[in-house]
Design a protein around this ligand. Structure first.
Ligand code: PLP
Length: 370
């Protein structure tokens, strides 16, 4: 029998019949985009679900990030992390902003707040941290620093759908937060994204900017872009809201199973849940300490692959190592010692709601070599 390949993730989708009903309605109405009915309903229901004031939908997370920086007129230098998906830094580059890389902390691999102040210069205007794997950054400390120095904070919250800290959405921190609903994410609209903001004035400006800068039929207030989510994506999003809690619960069970079965394996570290945090279990990273485990991360990665298990080395290489960015002073590996260590150790294991426990067992067996 041919073995099925198992990838790091697989999109969760609602029953097709339910989506077809929405599509029929869209066909009938001939309203396909431009803030149509489903766009409006999804924005409201999503804001309620997430526990935030305003959500503005986008075609994808990258355009949402690029636009978020425009909304706040961020320029000059921005402090950010090298341990993320490249789109985080690309969004700065597309705004002609210089990224200044600051090292991460070693527990959850988020931007280390203790190292931010030393990187601030007269040109710094903002901080762009990432809630990596959906684990919240130290939002209080980051806010404190931002307030003292008069900096804006835009969170790349692409991994942090539905994450709460002490019952409050993590998306309520910072000036803006950006979500991605890409097919690899816990909550997907195939492609998609959003900016979360706290007041109506900012929401209006986001809406102008994502629609070519139009602030009325004949009025253009900025060199905006076209980043509007279409009606089919919005309808899918609306439908996904019915199922997301079930998806996350299933992910939680798989994460706990991995954690239980990998605990005590010398040289393998599975992250612990944070007290007071409602996680979304989007990713299942392990760290491989080659000295204690006896194999390098890449050897384990290849062993998994040989048996049809396609984990991903998120995030390797570091963003600071790509040719576009590696010439910056802040990209010097000496400045990023923790990130340089973690990037060589990490593998994200497969996790998605319909991943069978027999498959999880197989992955665990390969890792534990039993
Ligand atoms: C941390 C992070 N930032 C930004 C993005 C870009 O989002 P999108 O693929 O929706 O453009 C992603 C994922 O793709 C991501 O993981």
């Amino acid at each position: 029998m041919k073995e099925e390949k198992i990838y790091v993730t697989r999109p969760s989708l609602p029953p097709l019949e339910e989506f077809i009903k929405y599509l029929e309605d869209i066909w009938e109405s001939r309203c396909l985009t431009n803030q149509g009915k489903y766009h409006q309903i999804f924005e409201k229901e999503l804001a309620d679900y997430l526990g935030v004031n305003y959500v503005s939908l986008f075609t994808n997370g990258t355009l949402a990030l690029i636009t978020a920086l425009q909304v706040l007129r961020i320029s000059g230098e921005v402090i950010t992390t090298p341990f993320s998906f490249v789109a985080t830094t690309h969004a700065l580059k597309w705004n002609s902003i210089k990224p200044v890389f600051v090292d991460i902390e070693s527990n959850y691999f988020n931007l280390n707040p203790e190292k931010i102040e030393a990187a601030i210069t007269p040109k710094t205007t903002a901080i762009l941290p990432v809630h990596v794997y959906g684990n919240p950054c130290d939002v209080e400390k980051i806010e404190e620093i931002a307030n003292i120095y008069g900096l804006k904070v835009v969170y790349d919250a692409c991994h942090a759908f539905g994450v709460k800290k002490e019952g409050k959405s993590i998306l309520n921190f910072g000036d803006l937060s950006v979500l991605s609903f890409h097919a690899t994410k816990a909550f997907t609209t195939m492609e998609g994204g959003a900016i979360v903001c706290h007041d109506d004035k900012t929401r209006r400006r986001i809406d102008f900017l994502k629609n070519f800068g139009f602030a009325g039929e004949t009025k253009v207030v900025a060199p905006g872009i076209n980043a509007k989510m279409n009606e089919a994506q919005a309808a899918l999003g609306l439908l996904q809201l019915k199922y997301i809690d079930k998806y996350i619960e299933q992910r939680r069970k798989i994460a706990n199973y991995y954690r239980k079965n990998l605990s005590g394996i010398k040289g393998i570290r599975y992250l612990q849940d944070l007290a007071g945090v409602k996680h979304n279990y989007s990713y299942s990273p392990i760290l491989v300490d080659e000295k204690k485990y006896g194999l390098t991360r890449d050897e384990l990665y290849e062993n998994l692959k040989k048996q049809g298990i396609y984990g991903r080395r998120y995030f390797y290489p570091l963003i600071s190592q790509f040719p576009t960015y590696r010439a910056f002073d802040s990209a010097d590996p000496k400045n990023l010692a923790v990130a340089e260590g973690i990037t060589k150790q990490v593998i994200c294991l497969p996790i998605y709601p319909d991943l069978a426990f027999e498959e999880v067992d197989k992955i665990i067996r390969i890792i534990t070599r039993k």
